[in-house]
Design a protein around this ligand. Structure first.
Ligand code: SAM
Ligand code: SF4
Length: 338
């Protein structure tokens, strides 16, 4: 391939931030309908608008050639994509060559039992699994019909295959706010870390986010009552800040897009399943790599990647509240990739 002849300049944005982390949304489809993420009835993209496995792999190659060291596959639900095993294997070969430090993914876990071995064999060692509660009825309510047994079986299978896990929990007022401490205890007993996430106003979900928005300081108040928590220097190249919890091995992560802006050291780019590069979850600015690639091949990618770097904004500007009932973007998290 002509990759070696192309620019190998590293990816640095207009604010001097070096981009080493690429998140790829491999599909906008999902087998769940979490209330904070999707509307009950969703119209998904037609298949010919979605990047093929080959296109994703070639674009990933190009980013790796330009200095990306970590790739996360996400969605929608990445494991509902039929060729996901092949994609993971193709990107995974860069782990063996040393060109990539980490390949990981974020999943709802429902299909993890079938895929855990494939992921491990391809070189994946850590994954994030989303689980907002341990209560089956509440899980079914939040996901609009999901079966918690599948996600729990997936988590067990992933552990059996040797994958380390971080559990992602979106903190939701009136839904799971009482469960933060029980979830943390469960994670600690199972050997997982727990990351709490504030709801972000992305895409229309058919529900008012103001009702369930829970600021982080309120979400962690029950933990603080019984455990001292201490900030850790540990970062994973993402927006989470980590804390040690007195008496536990589990680390507590917090993602606070609403109460504490995490953009200053943002080192990531996002490739959507329809081949767009969005520089920020909270902005509409993007470049269209799919069209460029389908018209001009791999040679057309570099110029657009450079343009994307030039438009990466300094920060998002999310707000939720009585004066901000509309989403910050019309794009759902499942399209841009969570
Ligand atoms: N389907 C996979 C899953 O649920 O893990 C991957 C995609 S999902 C969009 C990635 C993460 O984004 C999940 O942890 C989910 O809880 C989170 N998420 C989705 N919508 C969100 C929102 N509006 N605000 C905050 N987090 C959100
Ligand atoms: Fe699907 Fe993940 Fe969105 Fe839930 S958060 S609807 S599992 S994409």
């Amino acid at each position: 391939m002509a990759v070696a002849a192309l620019s190998s300049a590293h990816l640095t944005d207009g604010f001097g931030r070096r981009i080493e982390y690429l998140r790829i949304s491999v599909t906008d489809r999902c087998d769940l309908r979490c209330r904070y993420c999707m509307a009950e009835r969703m119209t998904f993209l037609p298949r010919d608008e979605i990047l093929t496995l080959d296109e994703i792999a070639i674009i990933a190659d190009r980013f790796i050639a330009r200095g990306v060291r970590k790739i996360r596959l996400t969605g929608g639900e990445p494991l509902v994509r039929r060729d996901i095993g092949d994609l993971v294997r193709r990107i995974g070969r860069h782990l063996r060559s040393g060109a990539l430090d980490e390949l990981t993914l974020t999943t709802n876990g429902t299909r993890l039992a079938e895929q855990a071995e494939t992921l491990f064999d391809a070189g994946v060692r850590r994954i994030n699994v989303s689980l907002d509660t341990l209560d089956p009825a509440l899980f079914a309510h939040i996901t609009r019909g999901g079966d918690i047994a599948k996600t729990l079986a997936g988590i067990a299978a992933a552990q059996g295959a040797g994958l380390r896990m971080k559990i992602n929990m979106v903190a939701l007022r009136g839904l799971n706010e009482d469960m933060v401490l029980p979830m943390l205890r469960w994670c600690d007993a199972q050997g997982h870390d727990l990351t709490l996430i504030e709801t972000m106003p992305l895409g229309d979900t058919g529900e008012d986010r103001t009702d369930h928005y829970l600021p982080m300081h309120e979400a962690i108040a029950p933990v603080r009552q019984s455990h001292a928590i201490t900030p850790l220097p540990h970062r994973t190249g993402g927006p989470a800040r980590y804390f040690a919890v007195d008496g536990m091995n589990a680390k507590l992560g917090m993602i606070t897009p609403m109460t504490q802006n995490f953009c200053a050291d943002c080192n990531r780019m996002r490739l959507t399943c329809e081949g767009r590069i969005f520089m920020c979850l909270g902005h509409e600015d993007h470049v269209d790599l799919k069209t460029a690639f389908r018209q001009g091949g791999v040679d057309a990618l570099d110029a657009l990647i450079d343009r994307a770097l030039a438009i990466k904004p300094l920060a998002h500007d999310f707000a939720i509240g009585p004066d901000h009932r509309k989403p910050a973007t019309t794009r759902h998290m499942s399209v841009t990739g969570g």
